[in-house]
Design a binder for this molecule. Structure first.
Ligand SMILES: NC(=O)C1=CN([C@@H]2O[C@H](COP(=O)(O)OP(=O)(O)OC[C@H]3O[C@@H](n4cnc5c(N)ncnc54)[C@H](O)[C@@H]3O)[C@@H](O)[C@H]2O)C=CC1
Ligand SMILES: O=C([O-])CC(=O)C(=O)O
Length: 307
């Protein structure tokens, strides 16, 4: 297998490291900054003897090295600074995305695209429109990361392991994100039965603000350890054709009564990308929250620059 990571910054380089250390695919790392992808790839290659991986990792400013990739992960773009929303990145990152998708697709016409760049729901939508690929081959990072955050906060609150939690976070990777306590399972029981409503709300609020919390603490960077781990988890499901269900930013065609919009929903991932979208039996209130979230994404989609 061959995996390309575009953007050799915090998320991209950490992801490339996670992938090469798993030793199941060659990794190509691309960035516009001269020397950075080359240097980071060279540095990682020099850990092969100690770590024992045998696949190749290369870095370049040219897409030549990415040719024939099975999966392209796009992390290229600008990260937000304290006080900014992800939506404020839409103009600048849309320009970057268009270039990255066109150049990647030209040399890897059969690739699956995993989008990380923010605002991720809108960037995933843009990728679908620019590439004209079928929707199973384009999806974005959202619910795996947001669910991982919810699991971490639940673990602290209930004194359980994060791995005891099967989280359910859907909708926009942004302010209208929806946390579903009925579908978040802790050691076999729904969160809605384990903590009272004020506590559920507090956990949800911290999850919605999970990215901003880290930006506010670090000031010069947004999160990248949990994001890169989340993407590696998604890539692994594709590479192993596992069929594992996880919440990703996906294009809807009537699922949940929504169409022509990208939001986070449960999907099953395998070798061809999205195998199918899973429709949870949401009640009227839960569905209304998801629809409101889709409306929020539509507003950002409407703000996409024409070119
Ligand atoms: N969807 C999600 O859950 C998450 C999304 N993100 C987003 O991912 C993006 C990257 O975040 P970081 O890695 O922390 O930022 P970063 O600033 O550390 O890295 C971004 C890299 O993209 C490169 N780049 C810029 N324009 C490019 C182009 N045209 N072609 C190739 N490379 C280009 C930059 O040179 C830089 O190395 C941001 O938009 C951030 O908001 C980050 C974490 C989670
Ligand atoms: O907060 C940000 O800007 C980066 C991101 O999407 C996250 O960490 O969830």
């Amino acid at each position: 297998m061959k995996i390309t990571v575009v953007g050799a910054g915090n998320v991209g380089a950490t992801l490339a490291q996670r992938l090469i250390e798993k030793n199941f695919a060659d990794v190509a790392l691309v960035d516009v900054v001269e020397g950075i992808p080359q240097g980071k790839a060279l540095d990682m290659r020099q850990s092969a003897n100690t770590l024992g991986f045998t696949h190749k990792i290369t870095g370049s400013n040219s897409y030549d090295i990415t040719a024939g990739s099975d999966i392209v992960v796009v992390t290229a773009g600008i990260a937000r600074k304290p006080g900014m929303t992800r939506d404020e990145l839409v103009g600048i990152n849309a320009k970057i995305l268009r270039e990255v998708i066109e150049k990647s697709l030209a040399v890897s016409p059969h690739a699956i695209f995993v989008i990380v760049t923010n605002p991720v729901d809108t960037m995933t939508y843009l990728t679908l429109k620019v590439s004209k690929l079928p929707r199973n081959r384009v999806f974005g990072l959202s619910g795996v990361l947001d669910g991982g955050r919810l699991a971490a906060f639940i673990a602290e609150e209930l004194n359980v392991n994060a791995s005891d939690v099967t989280p359910c976070v859907m909708g926009e990777h942004g302010g209208s994100m929806v946390i579903y306590p009925r579908f978040t399972i802790v050691n076999g029981k729904p969160l809605s039965e384990l903590v009272d409503e004020p506590k559920q709300k507090a956990l949800a609020e911290r999850t919605v603000n999970g990215g901003a919390e880290i930006v506010a603490i670090m000031k010069t960077s947004s999160a990248f350890y949990a994001p890169s781990a989340s993407v590696a988890h998604m890539v692994n499901a594709v590479a192993t054709d596992s069929g594992a269900m996880m919440n990703c930013a996906a294009y809807l065609e009537s699922e949940y009564g929504l169409s022509d919009v990208v939001i986070g929903v449960p999907v099953k991932l395998g070798r061809g990308g999205i195998k199918n979208i899973v429709e949870l039996p949401l009640n009227a209130e839960e569905l209304a929250a998801l629809k409101a979230s889709a409306e929020a994404v539509r507003k950002t989609i409407a703000a996409l620059p024409a070119q």
